[in-house]
Write a protein that binds this ligand. Structure first.
Ligand SMILES: Cc1cc2nc3c(=O)[nH]c(=O)nc-3n(C[C@H](O)[C@H](O)[C@H](O)COP(=O)(O)OP(=O)(O)OC[C@H]3O[C@@H](n4cnc5c(N)ncnc54)[C@H](O)[C@@H]3O)c2cc1C
Length: 814
């Protein structure tokens, strides 16, 4: 077949994802879609998938995508005439420990929020539904009646057929070999059969997606790993309606396969594959199995169904599947190249998420934004360095097994650590820091006491660092705490047009005097919050933009994408050039004054201002701000000055009760003050009005701001139906994390978006959006009896629209 010269969209890759993207684009009315497959449809990873459709996933986005995929695959056969092999057998997840059972109870409560039906069942009931299973070690079991399985090849062919019926062209045996780009935008593909001009390109090349991305200069951090299942010989009593048995304690799932059993493995230590490239002729191929490596895992998995130990193995299958550094997919527009989209890295969830992934991608391309908040799978949460092959190789060892491990609160990755260390890292280690990782940075999460190991002991109750963090928290409220926050991304926006461009992107007014600090959001056209950050005006033509490390790629791309052509500004990443020490607490001014000859009194350095000060032989930028609700200062110290400045603060700090503090204390402090955290409490689907951040909007500034019109329309539509509310549990014992259902007078009205233990308020504090009937004002929101559901337990809670800690800001503005 001859290739067209020009199309609207080229989709690269004919696996389940590419076919689903093409299908959904046609559903939205785009007929001018060309899918190119280097060999044959499904020949990469899709053909050999086990076809499990399980709906309870780690994140809200993944759960929604899985649920939609199930619904789509149920109706696809009727729509296209192509069988999909759907079997509605349900699934059962087993918990071998009390902790896993607690995790599952919490997960099931959260799943209910998104329409996933699930029930706890007894081990006896498991036995009735699965007579061959050994249930003696079970501490809990959970039934998902709507789960099932499909034939991955058939589903993909059905999606391809649906796409063709909608007008798409699907061409096999054409390999994309390069791209044409112009002024930061992709404008076409090169193939082994000629060039095709295109407005959009979607990289759905599965485990090849990293190489395909490289051809366009786009980082797609994923790597394949060996992935196994075995098929037994036939076993009496095995039938196709046996629910899929998911057995995380044994790193395995078990399902029926034509009268035999299939046992799939998610071993905790995996083996990466294809680091040096994938063989050119890889097509419907597999990997020779390594029996020695897998035997211990196989034996462990078989214990769940002892009959397997006496039955022969017909096949041990190994195929490659791609995994990402955080076990979430990679979707969305590349930060490096406009109109170049990626949908890859499905971490062995590509079939069960494929329908939803195609839906999201199609909306994103056609409408310019995804149909829901998909931050947890957005490619822009990644950083270019994450494509480093050594990093991917080491991290992939851990990621394959993550889905079947315990999902502890505060769990830290074990592999590929130490990517980024602040210059103060060793000082922090000496002070007892237990480090956690964010965007590759090692950051102190809590500080061990002398004689205590700085190591996590995980659990669903109070973990071993609870009292350490409580001490740090109290030091900030009563004396002064020192947070090492060098990981924060620091961007300089410079040039004669800096004020004009930033003032359009930011909702606050940034046309302020030099030395002023502005807290602001960047909004999308729908009024949703894309970033939550501070801008400090350093000069008439220079701003320092500070944002959380994990948002750096997104914020940089947002700034670039919203800079009008011809604007005279530059954007420079100066993150590594400055360390950041954050001193917070009532003694912070006294301490700062003790180490500087500059005046740092309230009059000289009021709240929301910044000035350069000297500390010893060094100089630094002191910014008076707080994210914990106290008097405090962020100190931006040029990296070569950081060690002497830190040493001076610690030495002088002895007289002020200085305490090293970690990110867990920061989270507890900010939760009490109801300071929002982007990606938890606020995000692209939340507007500043619902989030209680309307005060940041400079409604009348000249030129307006992106998102203003959408917000005005919302404001004029009457009282808000959805409001972000702070909650405090009345019982001081229970802990909350996030995604706990919020009940008002017995009915679910929302779920928690973030939570922590409030050591000053004396209980777990959380935030969450409450949705009430139209016309309900603040009084109705606050009236009613609130409960937060943590697993099976319901806890009475106080609700507040104002921060429960220091609502008048008296402590930070003194
Ligand atoms: C053993 C095993 C069991 C699994 N079981 C399940 C399961 O039960 N449930 C589940 O949800 N998932 C499962 N998975 C994962 C699932 O198979 C994958 O997530 C999914 O198939 C990925 O689909 P894809 O379209 O991204 O990739 P692929 O199917 O690999 O498709 C990518 C396509 O791109 C093509 N391509 C590459 N480069 C180019 C180029 N330059 N030009 C043109 N075309 C190109 C390739 O030929 C390939 O066909 C399993 C995986 C394995 C290995």
């Amino acid at each position: 077949m001859t290739l067209p010269d020009q199309v609207r969209v080229v989709v690269i890759g004919g696996g389940v994802i590419g076919c689903s993207v093409a299908y959904h684009l046609t559903k939205l009315g785009w007929r001018d879609v060309l899918l190119l497959e280097r060999r044959q449809l499904t020949c990469g990873t899709t053909w050999h998938a086990a076809g499990l459709l399980t709906s309870l996933r780690d994140t809200e986005t993944q759960t929604r995508l899985a649920k939609y995929s199930q619904e789509l695959y149920r109706r696809l056969e009727a729509e296209t005439g192509q069988a999909t092999g759907f079997i509605g057998c349900g699934s059962i997840q087993l918990a071998r420990t009390e902790d896993k059972a607690e995790e599952m109870r919490r997960g099931v409560a959260a799943a209910g929020l998104f329409g996933v039906e699930a029930h706890e069942i007894s081990p006896r009931e498991v036995q009735v539904r699965w007579p061959l299973a050994d249930v003696n070690d079970l501490k809990g079991a959970f039934l998902f009646p709507d789960d099932g399985r499909i034939n991955p090849t058939d589903v993909t062919q059905a999606l391809a057929k649906g796409a063709r019926l909608g007008g798409a062209q699907i061409v096999e045996n054409v390999k994309v070999t390069g791209f044409h780009c112009d002024q930061g935008r992709v404008i076409g593909v090169q193939t082994n059969q000629g060039d095709v001009r295109a407005e959009y390109v979607v990289n759905c090349a599965g485990l090849w997606a990293r190489e395909v991305g490289q051809l366009a200069g786009v980082a797609v951090p994923l790597l394949a790993a060996e992935h196994y299942y075995l098929i037994s010989e036939p076993i009496d009593g095995v039938h196709q309606l046996l629910p899929i048995l998911r057995d995380p304690g044994n790193s395995a799932y078990i399902r029926e396969e034509a009268g035999k059993l299939m046992v799939g493995l998610f071993e905790p230590t995996a083996r990466p594959w294809g680091l040096d490239g994938v063989p050119e002729d890889f097509c419907f191929s597999d990997i020779p199995p390594d029996w020695d490596r897998m035997s211990p895992y196989i034996e462990q998995a078989m214990r769940r169904v002892p009959r397997l130990l006496e039955t022969g193995i017909k096949l041990l299958f190994c195929g490659p599947e791609s995994f990402t550094p955080d076990h979430n997919y990679l979707m969305g527009e590349a930060p490096e190249l406009r109109n170049f989209f990626v949908a890859a890295g499905f971490n062995s969830l590509g079939i069960l998420s494929g329908g939803g992934a195609g839906l999201v991608m199609a909306h994103w391309i056609v409408n310019g934004h995804p149909p829901m908040d998909v931050w947890s799978v957005n490619l822009r949460r990644m950083h270019r360095w994450q494509s480093n092959p050594s990093y991917l190789r080491d991290r992939t060892v851990e990621t394959l097994g993550i889905g079947y491990q315990d999902h502890w609160p505060f769990r830290q990755s074990l592999t590929a650590r130490g990517v980024k260390k602040s210059i103060l890292h060793d000082r922090m280690a000496c002070a007892g820091a237990c480090f956690g990782e964010s965007a590759g940075w090692e950051r102190p999460n809590w500080f061990a006491e002398s004689g205590q190991q700085p190591v996590y002991q995980y659990g669903w109750g109070r973990q071993n660092w609870f009292e350490n963090s409580a001490r740090e928290h109290r030091a900030v409220r009563e004396r002064v705490g020192l947070f090492e926050q060098s990981s924060f991304a620091k961007l300089l926006v410079q040039g004669p047009d800096a004020e004009r461009v930033l003032n359009r992107i930011a909702n606050a007014n940034v046309a302020v005097a030099v030395g002023k600090v502005v807290y602001t959001q960047f909004l999308n056209e729908r009024g949703g919050i894309e970033a939550d950050l501070t801008l400090t005006r350093l000069a008439a033509d220079c701003y320092l933009v500070v944002t959380a490390a994990f948002t750096q790629t997104h914020v940089e791309a947002w700034l670039r994408d919203h800079t009008p052509p011809g604007a005279f500004i530059t954007l420079t990443d100066v993150t590594g050039a400055y360390a950041m020490l954050n001193m917070q607490g009532p003694n912070s001014r006294g301490l700062l004054q003790a180490v500087t000859t500059d005046d740092v009194s309230h009059a000289a350095l009021p709240f929301g201002t910044a000035r350069e000060i000297n500390v010893g032989y060094q100089s630094l930028l002191a910014v008076r701000l707080t994210y914990v609700g106290e008097l405090g200062y962020e100190l931006y110290v040029p990296t070569p000055f950081a060690l002497p400045v830190y040493d001076a603060l610690v030495e002088a700090g002895a007289n002020f009760g200085l305490q090293h503090c970690g990110y867990h204390a920061l989270n507890s402090l900010r939760s009490e003050k109801a300071y929002r955290e982007w990606s938890h409490d606020i995000g692209p689907d939340d507007d500043p009005l619902s989030a209680g951040l309307g005060f940041t909007c400079a409604w009348d500034k000249p030129g307006g701001f992106v998102g203003r019109e959408a917000l005005l329309a919302r404001r004029e539509a009457g009282p808000l139906q959805r409001r972000l509310v702070q909650f405090l549990l009345k019982d001081p014992e229970p802990l909350l994390y996030h995604h706990e259902p919020i009940r008002r007078d017995g009915s679910v009205v929302g779920f928690t978006t973030s939570a922590a233990y409030g050591h000053t308020l004396g209980g777990a504090v959380a935030m969450g959006y409450v949705t009430l009937p139209a016309g309900a004002g603040d009084e109705s929101i606050l009236s009613g009896h609130y409960e937060i559901q943590a697993g099976a337990a319901h806890h009475a809670a106080t609700a507040s629209l104002r921060p429960l800690y220091d609502p008048s800001n008296a402590r930070s503005r003194c």
